[in-house]
Design a protein around this ligand. Structure first.
Ligand code: BG6
Length: 508
């Protein structure tokens, strides 16, 4: 690399949990593998008065605890942390941005010929506008001698209106190509693999449409509650926290047309088309097509779990949903008439994210089978944990006659031996350095996703008759969610930790 090139990564909110658990371990891993510039300088800023040595100690702990799949080496960690500078600032004060600019531009001898900067906003969304404005006003955002890129954490907006307003504000300051909206699910290896599995195999794509697929389920379950994030979650709820972004992005990749190339816009255009084709849910349909729930206190494996309303930072009368299940359709030639079901929730029995593709039965079933619903093929794309792909298909049950037994064929990432799967943040941060925005949400995509859920937000806010069902912590959510699934005898898959297992009572 050119020694007259300076590379700076500025983290707003450096003392927060996200920096500690995700950003610094990811940056360390990229640094240790020499995937980011060796001369990278990291400037961490925040309001707290914290000494450089205390910050370094905390970041070292973060690296030790959260570097997934790598063993941090002390001498590399030392070298990496020597690149970190703490800058205590009031993020709304113009004077502090002038000081930040001096720090960013500072060099030991002559000024750098090229200055590349990434600004990561790991702060509450309410701060996005003021920080972006100050960056612009101070000249820190100007791209005249190197790139300036701005990374925004989710949630990006609170609803369609606020998302539009934020997009407009950012576009008045920067170009869309400088704006990186993070959806960390897109950084997951297994989420990107949806694209590869679909479009690198000639055998799946011809079946991937309404002629052969009966319905698609997307589940993202978590066993944890809201933990110490109660006050944030009260303003979010499962719909904003998971559905508007992570789940819809997964649906976009599962449903999109093949892009013409892997160019960032070619891929994102196809996701956008899916979102534009989402059949709008009318406000009066919300009660029947969208089920919301909130976990109640329960005892799980001998442990007493509080209700959502008893969690710290939560209103004791809260009506915030910790569970959502939605049925929806995509109005296009590929998917017309195929129901999609999505569900997500906190305090469900197990942490798991997966897509289940249910194929249609054969036109005429010749054989004996105990349960016709089990005589259909399923393909399960497991995002996490026990990452992999499972195909369920029928074989002849050994013995007389022609009874059918359903069996599994599966691939597990763990079978790849020593191949380490990078964390989502490693992948996404590496992409910002490379200027690759394919896995970042574009302005129009985020807005279209908000537009889709807007009637749900409105109906819930205005129609108090729409129930919020209680469900005991540790169960699969409100029973009413089962009624969403169309078709006699059909239910959600009840996944377990292991990809191959399922059932309501499986080993978790
Ligand atoms: C975050 C949500 O975006 O995703 C959290 O704000 C949620 O509430 C988390 O727990 C889930 O991410 P993952 O990668 O653990 O599935």
């Amino acid at each position: 690399m050119d020694s007259s090139e300076k590379n700076v990564f500025v983290i707003f909110g450096v003392t927060g949990d996200l920096t500690y658990r995700k950003l610094i371990p990811a940056l360390y891993s990229l640094y240790a593998r020499q995937l980011i510039p060796e001369n990278l300088e990291i400037i961490g800023t925040g309001r707290k008065k914290i000494s450089q040595s205390d910050l370094n100690a905390r970041m070292r702990e973060g690296i030790d605890l959260f570097s997934e799949g790598i063993k941090p080496e002390e001498n590399i960690v030392d070298k990496f942390l020597s690149r970190l500078t703490y800058f205590s600032s009031d993020m709304s004060s113009p004077a502090d941005y002038r000081l930040l600019k001096e720090l960013v531009e500072k060099t030991d001898d002559k000024p750098a010929e090229k200055l590349n900067c990434i600004f990561y906003l790991a702060v509450p969304p309410g701060m996005y506008t003021v920080i972006s404005e100050r960056l612009y006003e101070s000249g820190l955002g100007r791209e005249d001698n190197g790139y300036r890129r701005f990374v925004y954490e989710k949630p990006f907006g609170y609803d369609l209106w606020s998302c539009r307003e934020l997009n407009q504000k950012l576009h008045s300051l920067f170009n869309e190509s400088q704006i990186y909206r993070i959806d960390h699910y897109l950084g997951k290896e297994t989420v990107q693999n949806i694209l590869v599995t679909r479009f690198s195999n000639g055998m799946f794509e011809p079946l991937w449409n309404r002629n052969y697929i009966h319905h698609i389920e997307i589940t993202s379950a978590e066993s944890i509650g809201v933990e110490n994030r109660g006050s944030y979650y009260e303003t979010a709820g499962a719909l904003r926290d998971m559905v508007q972004n992570h789940l819809l992005q997964i649906a976009g990749l599962a449903a999109m047309e093949p892009p013409s190339s892997l160019n960032p816009d070619a891929v994102r255009n196809e996701v956008l088309k899916v979102f534009q084709s989402l059949h709008p849910i009318k406000e009066e349909e919300v009660a029947s097509n969208v089920i919301r729930g909130q976990y109640t206190a329960s005892v799980v494996r001998g442990q007493c779990l509080p209700s959502y309303r008893q969690e710290p930072g939560v209103d004791p009368n809260s009506r915030t949903e910790t569970y959502v299940a939605i049925k929806f359709f995509i109005d296009n030639w590929r998917w017309g008439g195929v129901p999609f079901y999505m569900r997500t929730g906190k305090r469900l029995p197990v942490k798991v994210t997966e897509i289940v593709v249910h194929f249609k039965p054969t036109p005429h079933f010749l054989f004996h089978v105990d349960d016709m619903n089990k005589a259909v093929n399923q393909m399960i794309i497991r995002i996490q944990p026990d990452e992999g792909i499972l195909l369920k298909f029928g074989i002849k049950k050994p013995g007389g006659g022609y009874s059918v037994e359903n069996v599994n064929m599966d691939f597990h990432y763990s079978s790849l031996g020593n191949t380490r799967v990078p964390t989502a943040y490693e992948r996404l941060l590496g992409d910002v350095f490379n200027g690759d925005s394919t896995l970042y949400a574009r302005d129009d995509i985020v807005e279209t996703a908000w537009k889709f859920i807007e009637p749900v937000q409105t109906a819930w806010a205005t129609n108090l008759d729409i129930k919020i069902f209680g469900y005991p912590a540790g169960t699969w959510g409100p029973e009413n969610a089962d009624k969403l699934i169309e078709g006699e005898g059909l239910t959600w898959r009840y996944p377990c930790r292991n990809l191959a297992d399922d059932g309501l009572y499986c080993e978790l």
